[in-house]
Design a protein around this ligand. Structure first.
Ligand SMILES: *Cc1c(COP(=O)(O)O)cnc(C)c1O
Length: 481
């Protein structure tokens, strides 16, 4: 009888051991390779095959992976990867994914241990973020889904007619407030929820890229005057461009005063609350009605996993609960055990992503995370100092957490050329591309007040101070050239 199990179990076992050894080698030698290499057309061509009809031996399939896929990784496991906001993963996380995949439970319902591990991980997340015991939560694919889930709860709570009768049944137009620096997944959430991005007020920011409170108050007043219904304020705990933290205490106060929902997008930044650097600025998120944050960013857990926490379990449940004969809980047997997760979110089938978090948090302990997250912040400050001290480099935004934006002063290099802003931007962009192609370091980019900048994000447990020196040296060499 044909199944998909190995034809030759012993050969598969041998191959599996080789895979583990190869991946250990790959991780252990990460520092010896360029951070990123452009996938050659030979590799891309090699995998562009028609849908395979015949079988290929596991050894041959794996050989293709080793030759064409593995060498051209994204690079985010490298100590000199600083692009976007991406984590590195860990050895334990990698192995936990293998174990979870071997058990392969669908963690949505039933009396089995994966459900309890998932619950325990949510409980640890709650404790880490300092939210009250009434809090419930859900592991999801990432910050985007965590934000959408939280905004769904906010909408369904503030607009109780929506679940049955839809957005069109409301007599007032709902409005949501956030800063202009808010991640675009919030715009997506507002669009998906039928609130409409025109009803997302992107309030201007101050010189530190934090929401301008007076502008918020003015907009709120105008919207109320116009008969609209303010339902939610979204605060940023770490904006994606510069790492700014909105004035959360004030946003919380205004939300309470106006009986609005207070949500915090702490995709990466919320984690900084475990360190002394940001404990005070982030303390108000303990009072938030909902919080979205990622484990695959600044907790370095392997992709992919984010978390949404909702302050009130009942409100959370009411947003999604739906009875179905095939999902009812029984007194005994497999359908006993915890309530189905489908009552708390958008997904039904879910993988066992909790295991890599459970194993990693136990392996390292919170104190070690605290130390490494704090080191990333100290490294960002060190980098900012290097930049400020160097006449050819210019810092483009204040450094709050782990993100440093700067540019090379091509205007000083050739003052007679009278470079326009566009030319300056173009040269910095070219510099960044050459840096990536050199494989020395991989920061990303953003545009701040029209100025194109190199953007360094440090959510990297492997980065050493010397990696930052090495990046700056490479940038100076390319810039001077
Ligand atoms: C990364 C990020 C998101 C989106 O999270 P994903 O895990 O990529 O879906 C949302 N908000 C901020 C501030 C982020 O940095």
């Amino acid at each position: 009888m044909k199944t998909l199990d190995p034809q030759d179990p012993q050969a598969m076992r041998t191959l599996a051991h080789r895979m583990v050894d190869d991946m250990f080698d790959f991780l252990e030698t990460v520092n010896d390779r360029p951070v990123w290499r452009k996938p050659p057309s030979t590799a891309i061509e090699a995998i562009r095959e028609p849908l395979p009809r015949e079988s290929t031996s596991p050894e041959a399939v794996y050989a293709q992976f080793r030759e064409h896929i593995l060498p051209y990784a994204k690079g985010n496991i490298s100590p000199r990867f600083f692009s976007w906001v991406e984590g590195n993963g860990t050895f334990m996380g990698m192995m936990a994914d293998m174990l979870a995949s071997g058990m392969n439970p669908n963690v949505t319902i039933g009396d089995h241990m994966a459900m309890y591990v998932d619950q325990q991980v949510i409980e640890w997340c709650r404790q880490m973020m300092g939210m009250p015991e009434s809090t419930s939560g859900m592991l999801v694919s990432g910050g985007s889904l965590a934000n959408i889930t939280a905004m769904t709860v906010a909408r369904n709570h503030l607009l109780p007619h929506v679940r049955a009768r839809g957005m069109q049944a409301g007599d007032r137009v709902p409005v949501v407030y956030c800063s202009s620096e808010t991640h675009n997944c919030m715009v997506k959430a507002i669009e998906v929820l039928g609130i409409g991005s025109e009803q997302l007020r992107m309030i201007p920011v101050d010189a530190d890229y934090r929401m301008d409170l007076q502008a918020l108050e003015r907009q709120l007043e105008a919207d109320k005057q116009a008969g609209l219904q303010p339902i939610c304020i979204v605060g940023n705990a770490g904006t994606v461009n510069t790492g700014a933290i909105d004035p959360l205490e004030d946003l919380l106060r205004i939300a309470r005063r106006e009986q609005m929902w207070f949500h915090v997008d702490g995709a990466f930044g919320a984690v900084a609350g475990i360190t002394e650097y940001a404990a005070d600025a982030l303390a108000p998120l303990r009072e938030a009605d909902s919080l979205a944050f990622d484990l695959h960013k600044w907790l370095y857990v392997n992709y992919e996993v984010g978390c949404v926490l909702i302050r009130d379990r009942e409100i959370h449940r009411k947003a999604f609960v739906m009875e179905a004969a095939y999902l009812t809980k029984h007194e005994r047997g497999l359908p006993s055990g915890p309530e189905t997760y489908s009552h708390y979110g958008l997904e039904l089938s879910r993988g066992f992503k909790a295991l890599k978090i459970w194993m990693s948090l136990k392996e390292h302990g919170l104190d070690r995370y605290r130390e490494i997250v704090a080191r990333n912040i100290a490294q960002a400050r060190y980098l900012a100092d290097l930049i400020e001290q160097h006449p050819k480099l210019e810092l483009l935004a204040p450094v709050t957490l782990n993100i440093v934006c700067f540019r090379y002063r091509f205007d000083l290099q050739s003052p007679e050329a009278n470079l326009t802003l566009e030319q300056l931007n173009e040269r910095n962009r070219e510099l960044l591309m050459q840096l990536h192609e050199s494989g020395e370091a991989v920061p990303s980019y953003t545009v701040l007040q029209g100025r194109y900048g190199i953007r360094v994000n440090i959510t990297n447990h492997r980065t050493r101070y010397e990696d930052l020196n090495r990046m700056i040296n490479a940038i100076l060499v390319i810039g001077d050239r």
